[in-house]
Design a protein around this ligand. Sequence first.
Ligand SMILES: C[S@@+](CC[C@H](N)C(=O)[O-])C[C@H]1O[C@@H](n2cnc3c(N)ncnc32)[C@H](O)[C@@H]1O
Length: 165
Amino acid sequence: MQLLFLVFIILVLIFGFVVAFGAPYLPTLKKQTDEALDLLNLKPSQTILELGCGDGRVMKAAAKRGLMVVGYELNPVLALIAWLNTLKYRSQVKVVCGNFWRQPWPEADGIFVFLLDKYMEKLDQSIVQKRAGQKKPIRLVSFTFKIPNRKPDGRHQGLLLYKYL
Ligand SMILES: C[S@@+](CC[C@H](N)C(=O)[O-])C[C@H]1O[C@@H](n2cnc3c(N)ncnc32)[C@H](O)[C@@H]1O
């Protein structure tokens, strides 16, 4: 009983500490995942980054479409679940357990995020800075939250598309 309580406390702490760096865990449903990938409109073998990849469900759906995927996840429990969830696509999917704000990002064609309002301006600045020197355009799809002072290039239901040219 005490062990169960200890495990519960540890999980609460692990899931809770992430809130200091980004959005808490809330998974995107299958319908929105499919619509987000449709909106990103990437071709097989192109690369997508998922900033905060949760349990890996979006990465798995992207890999099924033939995309190369790099997902960042700060919560080690979720990073492990994401890694296990995408085992079948190991040659396409890389899971990085770490803070995506601090990690280098590889060149990519698309980014998917499901964050919070308060991180969207920082995200915009990070994309501009981190892709400096990258020649190819990058498409960002954000679930629910808008980037302040940037007009979306497309939208579908609660999904917003931004193009960085
Ligand atoms: C709202 S959930 C979205 C999960 C997944 N993208 C999805 O759509 O199903 C946000 C995820 O980002 C992770 N996260 C938050 N801040 C992060 C950071 N700075 N670096 C890496 N992961 C982070 C959280 O642990 C959580 O799993």
